[in-house]
Design a protein around this ligand. Sequence first.
Ligand code: MN
Length: 220
Amino acid sequence: MCAVGETYIRAIQRVGGTPVVIPPTALEADWAVLVTHLDGLLLSGGGDIDPQLYGEDSEPWMGQVDAERDFSELGLTRAWLATERPLLAICRGHQVLNVALGGILYQDIAAHVPDALDHAYVATQPMETLAHSVTLNPGSRLAAILGGTTFDVNSSHHQAIKTTGDRLVVTGHAPDGVIEAVEMPAHPFCISVQWHPEAMVKASPTMWPLFEAFVQAAGS
Ligand code: MN
């Protein structure tokens, strides 16, 4: 059993949204209720997704998995995407979105990406610590929302997107080529980032527009 970090809740509150925490045990009957009653879905960070859910056997560097949370979040994500309501995916959520749409992950960046940066950097640092830059596609929604194409971000992940799921396009990379952002161009608001913008909002206003745009889209 896991808990949603306080920083997600405060980031939504900061921009005028009303956070509702969804238990990671939500079942199929709950998904329909949540899809009916919520205005936006934020997929939060957490541990690794079971590789069997994207067709691979577990490699030795895999972290512990939570089958109940995987089932719940993948199902809710697919149900949610049947609507056109806003979805913001962060870190594990970014990976959940990708797997929900048939994408594949690197089970460990260090094991699979030659000369990769240390993306697990903030494991030993405060979460707001900036670890590497990201370069965004100038035509992406995310670049338009954030008002630029290059940002320094935190980094607290050892996995990353290897191949993108259906309808997702890559919109941002780290300097080592690791995918850091994707979005769904055909959807009104489906934005997904590998870093933790919610942990940056207290120290800097850089990521405020992302939460403002998400809550604004959910309220429209
Ligand atoms: Mn990173």
